[in-house]
Design a protein around this ligand. Structure first.
Ligand code: ATP
Ligand code: MG
Length: 392
């Protein structure tokens, strides 16, 4: 008996005419995640993607864990693939589902027959296989309304498939079916979650991180790269651009009024992020901002930073509470890294009394004292590019 994985796509099913290209991308993404586990036959039929291991000893458990992190899959199944012969189906069902059936008290059989040439119709499959299971597991009774175990038999074109339970998928849309965006990645809790949420909607990610040595350390930078790597479990791979930000921060500190420091600094981040985004083909920026979380995240401060971004800024966490953000951060595996206590350039030179309701006119007036073009071009030109990948 051979074990296979069947993926039934989720929201993709709504995509009408584009459906094919979404499914192709999903197949490509799945293939990339599991190819290091051995040789697979991967094919698509009847809105199901079939993953069939071509060798005996391939690690299906690990494949399942990896597929749980592929976006665009609502649910999938581990399944026994059996020849379309009713006796063999019965034997395989009791053998493959022995543990589930032993520990259950009630069960039912559900059958689907897309190969109409199979000699038994679905009521007959259910009745006969149900009888066979009752004989082998006399402790069981049939409950068609609320069974402990549902034995599902699908008679499809290549084989019969037997399974009991579904595994929840990562949901969302296949990566890179919604374009590419630049994530402003800090070492905090929020920005990795923001990146995850956009990747889940099919957006391919690149990331940018601003460093201010010697005020920020090499260890702080490495922490951010570690977060980037953890994100790659979900988004495959990602380029991270490291931007030297010290000179810009010192110039703002030396020339502008203290209470405007944070908003001006964030405007510089946006300008440089936009330039970098354009260079690598990103159509939007992503930040982990949430309204009212800190002084730079008031409506007025956000309006001031938005003003210099020449492309859409996605803020998927804008209406989220910190506790809900933390919950996702734990789920996706970035929380423990995020809470390591290293400094961020945002916490260098923070004003004692930041202006929470700045106006664009005030900010632009302050910025007149800076050589904006020169500063951003210099930082942009000195960026370092690091390519991160998941471990697969
Ligand atoms: P986070 O947990 O993401 O650090 P935060 O609540 O600490 O968020 P801020 O420090 O105000 O918020 O930053 C808001 C957003 O600005 C971050 O979510 C991130 O997108 C971006 N950001 C902050 N610092 C940096 C940095 N050093 N490099 C790149 N982006 C940054
Ligand atoms: Mg931060």
């Amino acid at each position: 008996m051979k074990e296979v994985i069947l993926i039934k796509d989720g929201e993709i099913a709504l995509k009408g005419l584009n459906r094919n290209s979404f499914e192709e991308t999903l197949m490509k993404n799945v293939r990339r995640r599991i190819k290091s586990l051995g040789k697979w036959n991967i094919r698509k039929a009847q809105s199901t993607i079939y993953l069939e291991p071509l060798y005996e000893d391939m690690d299906i458990d690990e494949a399942v864990e990896r597929i749980k992190k592929v976006f665009g899959i609502a649910a999938f199944q581990r399944s026994a693939a059996v020849e379309k012969d009713f006796d063999k189906i019965c034997e395989a069902a009791v053998d493959y589902l022995e543990d589930e059936l032993m520990s259950a008290r009630t069960f039912k059989v559900a059958a689907k027959r897309s190969d109409k040439s199979f000699p038994y119709d679905t009521p007959k499959i259910c009745a006969e296989l149900g009888g066979y299971i009752l004989e082998r597991f006399p402790h069981l009774t049939v409950d068609v309304h609320n069974p402990d175990v549902t034995v599902i038999v699908e008679i499809r074109d290549f084989s019969a498939y037997i399974h009991a339970s579904q595994i929840k998928g990562a949901g969302g849309m296949p990566l890179s079916t919604s374009g590419k965006a630049m994530l402003l990645l800090s070492g905090g809790i929020d920005s990795p979650v923001a990146g995850y949420l956009m990747a889940k909607r099919g957006v391919e990610l690149a990331a940018i991180h601003f460093v201010s040595p010697p005020y920020t350390s090499e260890r702080a930078k490495n922490k951010v790269l570690e977060l980037g790597k953890e994100l790659c479990d979900w988004c495959g791979r990602m380029s991270v651009f490291i931007i030297p930000f010290t000179e810009i921060q010192e110039k703002i500190r030396d020339n502008c009024r203290e209470e405007y420091f944070t908003v001006i600094m964030r405007r510089f981040m946006m300008r440089i992020a936009e330039m970098t985004a354009r260079e690598v083909g990103c159509g939007a920026l992503i930040t982990g901002e949430s309204i009212a979380q800190v002084a730079s995240q008031t409506m007025e401060a956000i309006a001031c930073t938005d003003k210099v971004a020449g492309m859409p800024v996605f803020r998927p966490l804008i209406g989220w509470d910190k506790n809900d953000i933390i919950e996702v951060s734990r789920k996706i595996g970035t929380f423990e890294t995020s809470i390591q206590p290293y400094e961020d350039c945002c916490t260098v030179f923070t004003p004692k009394h930041p202006k929470t309701h700045p106006t664009i006119e005030e900010i632009e007036k302050e910025e007149e004292r800076l050589e904006i073009e020169e500063l951003i071009n210099k930082a942009f030109g000195a960026k370092e590019k690091i390519i991160l990948r998941n471990e697969f």
